[in-house]
Design a protein around this ligand. Structure first.
Ligand code: ADP
Ligand code: MG
Length: 488
């Protein structure tokens, strides 16, 4: 992993995210184009289908139940033929289909009108030149009915798409190709989709076209699952990268913290050894056996330094034991307030030296816990030691014990420098120490093991520890431990 140092990791991650975004965009674009084509094919198909059904329905009265009739007029061959016929338009050639009952049969005529000679003045309606076998007004009324019919058929078909699509029907005069109605040629040119012209009955007065101004919405709607999965993929990629980067960042912090631990630890171990060495040296050099008062003084110093050394070693050993699972918790029932009191008296000197004061109002009733008094005493010791170490001169430490349903709550509240919010989660990590120079935190030596040990012990007891702190207004560590079972 060495080659993947942070210098390369960030550009690499950004490059990978950009590349996968670009690939996704390119892929989606291709898909969009393909879907656009497909949407046009589908719209053409439903228009053709509606036109086919409509012209069949205009013929059907009188032939209901005639399977031959149905088979023929709904066949693709007929559709093709009629469409070809619709499209075959030449100047001055009129064309028309016509159906008549003659005897027991229906005759469908396909007529073409070739105009011979000069163009006559358009004084009368051109269609009147065809004989429909019924008054023209009746034929025209049927045509209007068919128009309404194709309109509603189209509405049904478009409704089936499952997307609210804005569409219009363009009706063109069959003879001169002009649009009748409110739509303009300009609108048709700008529209995203315009279908072919279809005849919707056999009379060929008009043709019908479906006009859809914009199909992008429908295309995107059809692509919705791909779009969603693409976005999810991207989010997932980004999340994974963030996770990896954070992991790397934490690892680097851990490595740095470990390094700091070694140097701090060396310092903490060397100081008492050096002090004791100097004391012994002085005793020998100065032959202090003749000066019992100074000798006693030097021996006291040595003893307290060795005690400190012992505590340090215990701290490291405790953590090691916890890790290897060799911690033997001796669970017993005890009053946590008595345990706290013992810790206080053993720390009297430290409190005095730091001119710190301790406020403690014990409850009248005992607070029974089932746990290991030695480890819990260490926990309390660590928390008080931290308050003294980081609280500075004149620190006031407020300790209280409360019984809440099913739990015992022990609070350690100091008025020290507090802990910045960004570090509050990390503070319980092994080797972690708030970097010197942050806020008002003093440059105090330490190992970063204390709170990690505290957390582990509390959790092994089935409890939890919470920190409430703000820089400048002190820290409040609150421990919750399950109360002894018989109290529940
Ligand atoms: N009461 C407190 N006030 C301010 N900072 C604290 C307090 N207790 C702990 N800290 C911060 O948390 C860090 C971790 O504490 P700890 O695990 O006991 O390690 P150590 O005391 O050996 O540095 C300390 O380095 C200190 O920055
Ligand atoms: Mg500590």
């Amino acid at each position: 992993m060495k080659w993947l140092s942070n210098r390369y990791a960030y550009p690499l991650v950004i490059f990978a995210i950009l590349l996968s975004t670009a690939l996704q965009v390119a892929w989606l674009h291709q898909l969009f184009l393909a879907q656009q084509k497909q949407v046009k094919i589908d719209l053409e198909r439903i228009t053709a289908e509606a036109a086919k059904v409509c012209s069949f329905m205009s013929l059907v009265p009188g032939h209901e139940g005639n399977e031959n009739f149905k088979q023929f007029f709904l066949s693709p061959e007929w559709t093709q033929f009629k469409q070809a016929y619709t499209n075959m338009r030449f100047n001055q050639i009129g064309s028309r289909f016509d159906d008549q009952y003659i005897g027991d049969s229906t005759i469908v005529n396909i007529s073409l009108r070739f105009h011979n000679g000069k163009v006559r003045k358009k004084t009368h309606n051109r269609v009147s030149r065809f004989n429909f076998g019924e008054p023209l007004s009746v034929t025209m009324a049927k045509d209007r009915r068919d128009l309404r019919r194709i309109d509603s058929l189209m509405k049904v078909e478009i409704g089936k798409i499952g997307f609210s699509l804005t569409s219009y029907n363009a009706i063109r005069d069959y003879n001169n190709d002009k649009i009748t109605g409110p739509l303009s040629e300009d609108m048709l040119r700008k529209a995203a989709f315009v279908s072919q012209q279809y005849a919707y009955n056999l009379k060929f007065f008009n043709t019908f076209q479906l006009v859809v101004p914009s199909i992008d919405g429908l295309v995107l709607y059809r692509m919705r699952y791909y779009l969603i999965s693409s976005v999810m993929m991207l989010l997932l990629t980004v999340a994974v990268f963030i996770f990896i980067l954070r992991l790397m960042y934490n690892q680097r912090l851990y490595a740095q913290a470990r390094l700091a631990f070694t140097s701090n630890m060396t310092h903490e171990l060397k100081t008492p050894v050096a002090t004791v060495a100097i004391a012994l040296e002085s005793i020998i050099e100065n032959k202090l056996e003749n000066d019992p008062v100074t000798l006693r003084n030097y021996l006291d110093i040595s003893r307290s330094e060795l005690k400190r050394l012992n505590l340090m070693i215990d701290k490291v050993l405790n953590i090691e034991q916890m890790d290897s699972g060799q911690d033997r918790f001796r669970t017993e029932l005890f009053d946590v307030q008595l345990c706290l009191q013992e810790v206080f008296s053993s720390m009297q000197l430290q409190l005095q030296n730091a001119s710190a004061s301790l406020q403690w109002q014990p409850l009248e009733q005992p607070c029974f816990l089932s746990g290991d008094p030695v480890h819990l005493a260490n926990v309390f010791y660590n928390l008080i030691e931290n308050a003294i170490k980081y609280g500075g001169k004149g620190m006031v430490l407020d300790i209280s014990c409360r019984r809440i349903p099913g739990e015992v709550q022990i609070s350690f509240k100091d008025n020290g420098p507090g802990i910045p919010v960004v570090y509050q989660n990390q503070i319980f990590d092994r080797y972690f120490r708030v970097p010197a120079g942050t806020a008002d935190i003093h440059n105090v030596k330490g190992t970063g093991l204390g709170l990690n040990y505290v957390k582990q012990v509390i959790e092994k007891h089935g409890g939890r520890i919470r920190l409430h702190s703000e820089p400048g207004s002190g820290s409040n560590f609150i421990i919750y431990l399950p109360a002894a079972p018989y109290e529940l």
